[in-house]
Write a protein that binds this ligand. Structure first.
Ligand SMILES: [Zn+2]
Length: 82
């Protein structure tokens, strides 16, 4: 079963509980289609992290960068199979 938009939105916002996050990450490790969805949604927080966003603390910025790098790697891995 694919992730719902709500799952993905909450994942990107990092407001999930630990067990929910693990469920989603385990799905993402097998599902390039859902990784694409996360990657699309991740652009907004990344832009916020990249530009002057004083309301974001350093930890939030690091997590956004980590998430973006991770999703980009997943998407790149998927395209290399084609
Ligand atoms: Zn999926």
């Amino acid at each position: 079963m694919h992730l719902t938009e709500r799952d993905i939105a909450l994942y990107v916002e990092q407001t999930l509980s630990e067990s929910e996050r693990e469920r989603i990450e385990s799905h993402l490790s097998d599902c390039p289609a859902c990784v694409e969805q996360v990657a699309a949604l991740t652009r907004l927080p990344l832009i916020m992290a990249d530009t002057t966003a004083p309301h974001l603390d350093a930890a939030t910025r690091r997590r956004a960068e980590h998430l973006e790098t991770w999703t980009r790697t997943r998407v790149r891995d998927d395209s290399s199979y084609k």
